[in-house]
Design a protein around this ligand. Structure first.
Ligand SMILES: [Zn+2]
Length: 313
């Protein structure tokens, strides 16, 4: 079946990309295809509602605030990743970020024990952070105690995330840690939990672990980056299969746009959407994954009008 171009474009209307890396990320030498503002402008041209900007190093509230002064008709949402550079798994860091408008909290990525063990993103950090020379697997962040329960600092973070009604993404935790986190969130009443890209090199979750996460009420994130030529971690056909198994109401689609080799984020999202349609995902399921679920996670009313265009002074 051929899907008409206008039909695909329409599916991006009102979409939110919940995972785009902001510049500077890691190092000034780590170039991106577009500036963040150019990415926002393109997303606006594609009819999207907004983008969550992420950094592996720092919270993005300040840069998002500045960007939002310079563009209207599109929303930018800031976030914090709880890596050691931002204070680690620490309730102070989360509350401070939330008070400045952070809309997403990511568990740590490159500074987790799991990422270091799997030679994941940590290897990129070694090119720029000299301290990583002495930072070993046992120094990496890990969220479970000897009984397999989440540690007290994690419970404090969950409590604050719940208070501010934010979504908690699992970052680069191992699948068993993510499942334990999900269980703790269920116990404590935090409903918005998202397992980040289960196909990533640092995570490699099994199909059973992904399905268990969804059964426990979590969302699964699939990112366009993992399907690109330079990565090919997962085939879109496989993503489509998993969506059919866990249900589109448990999945979000975004890009993880990063590095200099991908096309710009809105086009990445478009490619992912078109590929999934090709492998049998319905337009209704796409809307659920790029719009309905992100709106729920970000507390955007489902019938919210599109962001207003401010006349230029
Ligand atoms: Zn990312």
């Amino acid at each position: 079946m051929f899907i008409k171009r206008e039909g695909i474009n329409e599916l991006l209307h009102g979409a939110v990309d919940m995972h785009v890396h902001a510049y500077p990320e890691i190092h000034f030498d780590c170039e991106l295809r577009l500036t963040d503002l150019e990415t926002l402008q393109m997303a606006k041209d594609y009819g999207m509602r907004g983008i969550v900007f992420k950094s592996h190093m720092w919270p993005t509230m300040a840069s998002v605030y500045q960007m939002q002064q310079r563009i209207s008709g599109i929303e930018a949402y800031p976030s914090i990743a709880l890596n050691v550079s931002s204070g680690g798994i620490n309730a102070w860091a989360v509350e401070s970020a939330a008070e400045q408008g952070a809309r997403v909290v990511w568990m740590p990525t490159w500074s987790t024990k799991n990422d270091i063990r799997n030679g994941g993103f940590y290897k990129h950090m070694q090119e720029v952070l000299h301290r990583t020379t002495d930072f070993k697997e046992e120094d990496g962040l890990y969220i479970l105690d000897e009984h397999g329960k989440v540690t007290q600092n994690v419970r404090e973070v969950i409590e604050i995330v719940k208070q501010y009604d934010l979504p908690l993404f699992t970052g680069h935790l191992s699948p068993p840690e993510s499942l334990a986190l999900m269980r703790a969130c269920n116990e404590m009443g935090l409903k918005k939990v998202v397992m980040d890209h289960p196909d990533s090199y640092s995570i490699r979750a099994t199909q059973e672990q992904v399905e268990e996460m969804a059964r426990l009420g979590g969302f699964i994130e699939f990112v366009a980056l993992g399907t690109l030529p330079a990565q090919q971690r997962i085939h879109p056909r496989k993503i489509a299969e998993i969506i059919k198994r866990v249900g589109a109401d448990h999945v979000i689609l975004d890009t993880d746009c990063f590095f200099d080799y991908p096309c710009p984020a809105p086009e990445m999202l478009r490619m992912l959407v078109a590929s999934l349609l090709h492998f049998g995902i319905t337009p209704e399921e796409i809307i659920q994954m790029v719009r309905t679920n992100p709106y729920y996670l970000l507390n955007i009313p489902q019938d919210a009008p599109m962001p207003a265009e401010n006349p230029q002074p």
